[in-house]
Write a new protein. Structure first.
Ligand SMILES: NC(=O)c1ccc[n+]([C@@H]2O[C@H](COP(=O)([O-])OP(=O)(O)OC[C@H]3O[C@@H](n4cnc5c(N)ncnc54)[C@H](OP(=O)(O)O)[C@@H]3O)[C@@H](O)[C@H]2O)c1
Length: 167
């Protein structure tokens, strides 16, 4: 199973502030939805709470927490105690790929395991940020594709959809 990360980060690697995102980019949201639909997604407890503690539809949501109540599985929501357990649970779905979708703490822990990074590079800096993505080490990952998305009436900030693969 391919282990992938999906992230949107500013030029300063910022990904969030006060447990929320810092931009509205509908075409990036659509990219995220199309990429992850039908697949297992793994997230930290804080990211889950930032989504109103509601699982993303059409995907198996695997939430990592040492504090949330564990009452087994309900519909498309699974609670696990650590990243290893999350990856094992994703393997059981027989999916060819699992998507690690944040946040900062989970990205940091996952990087040594990751095969592929779907990075939306948001072309701005965000001084209010309190959560960051670890810098991508170009000695470890190659950027294999890049698609520029310009400013338009629905997108106040330009961004680039990048794919990075482990060498
Ligand atoms: N831009 C993006 O692409 C993107 C994507 C996702 C999230 N975000 C942003 O990122 C921020 C949230 O990130 P965050 O770093 O604060 O939190 P997080 O990574 O979402 O969640 C952290 C929590 O996960 C659990 N956890 C992490 N490692 C664990 C381990 N080894 N064992 C057990 N539990 C573990 C802990 O929950 P317990 O405390 O319950 O044990 C920990 O408090 C928000 O601002 C959100 O909007 C941005």
């Amino acid at each position: 199973m391919i282990i992938s990360v999906v992230v949107a980060a500013g030029e300063d690697n910022s990904i969030g502030a006060k447990n929320d995102l810092m931009w509205k980019l509908p075409n990036d949201m659509r990219f995220f939805k199309n990429l992850t639909w039908g697949m297992p997604v793994v997230m930290g407890r804080k990211t889950f709470e930032s989504m109103g503690s509601k699982p993303l539809p059409g995907r198996i949501n695997i939430v990592i927490s040492s504090t949330l109540q564990f009452d087994g599985e309900k519909e498309n929501l699974v609670m696990v105690k650590n990243l290893e357990e999350a990856i094992n649970r994703a393997e059981q779905t027989d999916c060819k790929e699992v998507f690690i979708i944040g946040g900062g703490q989970i990205y940091k822990e996952a990087m040594r395991r990751v095969d592929c990074i779907y990075m939306t590079r948001v072309h701005a800096v965000f001084p209010q940020a309190d959560t960051f993505f670890p810098p991508i080490d170009s000695a470890v990952f190659d950027r294999i594709s890049s698609k520029s998305m310009p400013v338009d009436e629905r997108h106040a900030i330009a961004f680039t959809l990048e794919t990075w693969k482990r060498k």
